[in-house]
Design a protein around this ligand. Structure first.
Ligand SMILES: Nc1nc(=O)c2c([nH]1)NC[C@@H]1CN(c3ccc(C(=O)N[C@@H](CCC(=O)O)C(=O)O)cc3)CN21
Ligand SMILES: CC(C)C(=O)C(=O)O
Ligand SMILES: [Mg+2]
Length: 261
């Protein structure tokens, strides 16, 4: 899928987006027919075991982007710009966005509204498609005082709608809306001509995104209310590993069929 095909889906077809961090899962996601893969900085939490996304580096993101982009044949691969890779200056933002394209991504994503519109303008104007991200933006976890639903007051809701309009005007090709009231997400979705992709933003967005290991039931350190586990892979993995250990200890594995003569 290309960025322009992605945009044409607004008003036509709901967009399904999922994160992936390696070639194995990128291939499974593609086989399932999912058209868009986000190499999310959530890998800091689910792959690296950190409490938040703040310690993820450009080198970490480029490594995982190369793995995913090297395996993806059809999917639109979007690279999630990590903390401090675009905030300090427009110059750094441009260079780092370009490095994602060199790693094989077709687009990048940045968190924030008015504070990053100049970055979004600069990145998109040199031919790099940029996705925005508003609401409960995890790189601002300390400013929010935790992972809290955003846009609950009239003033904050109006500010988020204005941020969304600014991102669209700056050239963003889409915007992620995270952990905001469904009614606000609907208003933003109706006000923009670019697609909105929700995560904890209700059913009225133009598409949805989830962290892969959350929807597979593989990650359970914390499970936000917006996650629906479509599988229980952690339970499956645990029982497989326990059976393997039992069979090794009881001398049942390996048996004849796993042995050479
Ligand atoms: N595995 C994983 N999934 C994610 O969606 C995710 C990450 N990691 N890491 C980065 C951020 C952190 N995210 C989170 C983390 C916790 C909640 C959470 O517990 N929310 C509460 C509501 C809190 C409130 O408003 O008071 C909930 O009950 O859902 C939400 C999003 C989303 N992102
Ligand atoms: C969940 C999405 C939107 C994300 O930013 C991530 O996975 O890092
Ligand atoms: Mg992210």
């Amino acid at each position: 899928m290309t960025v322009s095909e992605f945009q044409q889906c607004k008003h036509k077809k709901k967009l399904t987006v999922v994160t992936a961090y390696d070639a194995l899962f990128a291939r499974i996601v593609e086989q399932a027919g999912i058209p868009v893969i986000l190499v999310g900085d959530s890998l800091g939490v689910v792959v690296q075991g950190k409490p938040n996304t703040l310690s993820v580096t450009m080198d970490d993101m480029l490594y995982h982007t190369r793995l995913v982009a090297g395996a993806a044949r059809q999917a639109l691969v979007i690279g999630d710009m990590p903390f401090l890779s675009y905030q300090a200056s427009t110059d750094e933002a441009l260079r780092n966005a370009g490095r994602f394209l060199q790693a094989g991504a077709a687009a990048v994503k940045v968190e924030g509204g008015a504070a990053v519109v100049e970055r979004v303008k600069a990145i998109s104007s040199i031919g790099i498609p940029v996705m925005g991200h508003l609401g409960m933006t995890p790189q601002s976890v300390h400013a929010f005082g935790g992972y809290k639903v955003q846009g609950k007051t009239k003033d904050r809701a109006a500010a988020l709608l204005e941020d969304a309009r600014l991102l669209e005007a700056a050239g963003a090709f889409a915007v992620v809306l995270e952990a905001i009231p469904a009614e606000l997400a609907r208003r933003i979705t109706e006000s923009l001509s670019i697609p909105t992709i929700g995560i904890g933003a209700g059913p009225h967005c133009d598409g949805q995104v989830l962290v892969l290991y959350d929807l597979l039931g593989l990650f359970d350190e914390f499970v936000p209310k917006f996650v629906k586990p479509y599988a229980h892979l952690k339970a499956d993995a645990l029982s497989a590993l326990q059976r393997y250990k039992e069979e090794v200890e009881q001398g049942k594995f390996p048996s004849e069929s796993e042995s050479y003569h």
